[in-house]
Design a protein around this ligand. Structure first.
Ligand code: HEC
Length: 160
């Protein structure tokens, strides 16, 4: 039953996408992110987030998240059930005490995040349920959003 409700919500979301209509908090059409002020990155992709913990990147990422992801993944990355909770991706990493384990955990989460965001997601019937950001996001934009999510994840962990 829950699955059906979820699918219906998603179908409604995608209908809005097709109509180009904006939702109350950001729409679901990929938008470029203005990363002015961040240290520019090389053309080749870094294998872990060079901006983690950078206040400017977190602020830019928060804005990029709001305009691109919040409609499905929830305002402030608080998932409403329509799409997965993005604060779970690096949840285990933030509380690790060994710096080496922590770095490798974040690196894995970065790699996973990059793959999903660049490719988007299709459901088992081949229908697009999350758009691909490959043609609109620079490397700077993608890592800024991940830096924002990691900050939110750490904040949640410390408030529990
Ligand atoms: C149209 C709705 C929609 C938008 C917009 C969207 N997503 Fe998603 N996202 C989904 C859905 C649905 C899934 C789960 C797909 C699946 O089950 O395979 C998902 C999955 C993911 C996952 C994998 C989560 C996991 O637990 O495995 C990541 C990471 C992700 N999205 C990041 C983002 C980011 C970052 C943005 C914004 C740049 C974004 N998404 C925008 C709907 C969306």
């Amino acid at each position: 039953m829950r699955k059906i409700a979820k699918a219906a919500g998603l179908a409604a979301g995608l209908l809005l996408l097709a109509a180009g209509a904006a939702l109350a908090h950001g729409d679901v059409t990929p938008h470029p992110v203005d990363t002015t002020g961040l240290a520019p990155l090389a053309k080749t992709w870094a294998d872990s987030n060079p901006y983690r913990g950078d206040a400017k990147a977190i602020a830019i990422g928060s804005n990029g998240y709001y305009h691109n992801c919040a409609a499905c993944h929830g305002l402030n990355a608080e998932a409403g059930g329509m799409a997965p909770d993005l604060l779970l991706i690096a949840k285990d990493c933030v509380t690790m005490t060994s710096a080496k384990d922590k770095a490798s955990c974040f690196k894995d989460s970065d790699d996973y995040f990059k793959g999903v965001v660049l490719d988007g997601r299709k459901n088992s019937e081949g229908r697009v349920v999350m758009p691909s950001y490959n043609s609109v996001f620079t490397q700077e934009a993608l890592w800024a959003i991940k830096a924002y999510l990691d900050k939110r994840t750490a904040d949640e962990a410390s408030s529990n």
